[in-house]
Design a binder for this molecule. Structure first.
Ligand SMILES: C[S@@+](CC[C@H](N)C(=O)[O-])C[C@H]1O[C@@H](n2cnc3c(N)ncnc32)[C@H](O)[C@@H]1O
Length: 258
């Protein structure tokens, strides 16, 4: 079942990679969400060996290079995304070691050596969070940092139509509870001329799976950006972002012993 989901999503990303060129990349961390220049979660990455999970079109890897990272490594399930990443990085004068692999499988990277593993709007595609986090912990040095952003689980529960893939506001300006927060079953959503399938995990699932994989959570962010306030007069999505989070970000440290 999970293999079918991975294959389905991979086809989507291969067919639509160009539409996502640079769309969810550092310094952006999420939708109506403060960016890295505001949050400074990554700190100084100078000289670091960094690995991006779900590296997409390579824009976040380029950001890392521009901020002094010494070695760029990336992985993604989509060959087409990796071709775009390779081209972007080469044209920008950087090189990266890129692997085409689902994050649920172990990557052929040197274990226990990365200062930083991160993922910008990628982790929620995992069909096995527990396994994915354990792999990520194994790539990091003891004390190494793992940062990821993804849609906040409430994004898909409050005023959201998964049938239409959009925020839905009631005529009186309220937002209905449209999905149970406790429902972690896979669902399929239309995107462009296709569909994608994933599960909406509870915050406790992320926290417990991080803890089980050997991570100490250092920070979790679930704020909205100033842009939500500015766009609120003309955007239901922005109005909702003032009431409930669209995105979230975790920063965790790998404990010395896994
Ligand atoms: C929103 S994009 C991330 C973009 C990236 N942050 C950037 O800087 O371009 C999500 C990526 O996750 C990848 N992906 C989806 N499911 C995956 C999986 N199970 N394992 C690895 N990558 C996956 C997609 O191919 C896509 O490139």
């Amino acid at each position: 079942m999970n293999d079918q989901i991975l294959e389905h999503n991979k086809t989507y990303w291969n067919d639509h990679a160009d539409l996502w060129f640079g769309v969810t990349a550092l310094p952006e961390l999420g939708v109506y969400f403060p960016d890295e220049t505001e949050l400074n979660l990554f700190g100084d990455v100078t000289g670091q060996r960094v690995l991006e999970i779900c590296c997409g079109s390579g824009h976040s890897l380029r950001y890392m290079a521009q901020h002094g990272a010494a070695e760029l490594w990336g992985a993604d399930i989509s060959q087409k995304q990796l071709e775009n990443a390779e081209r972007l990085l080469t044209e920008s004068g950087y090189s990266a070691r890129l692997f085409c692999s689902p994050m649920e499988d172990p990557l052929p990277v040197p274990k226990g050596t990365f200062d930083l593993v991160y993922s910008i709007y990628g982790i929620g595609w995992s069909t096995d969070l527990d396994r994915t986090f354990r792999h990520i912990a194994s790539y990091l040095k003891p004390g190494g940092t793992f940062i990821f952003s993804w849609a906040h689980p409430l994004n898909y529960c409050v005023g959201y139509s998964t049938d239409e893939c959009r925020v839905v506001e009631e005529p009186d300006g309220s937002f209905r509870l449209t999905r149970s927060y406790f429902d972690e079953n896979y669902f399929t959503m239309p995107v462009h001329d296709s569909t994608v399938t994933f599960a909406n995990h509870k915050i406790s699932t992320y926290i417990n799976d991080l803890a089980n994989a050997g991570f100490l959570i250092q920070r979790m962010v679930e704020e909205h950006s100033a842009a939500a306030q500015a766009d609120a007069p003309h955007s239901a999505k922005a109005r909702r972002a003032l009431l409930t989070p669209n995105s979230m970000c975790f920063k965790a440290r790998r404990l010395p012993i896994l």
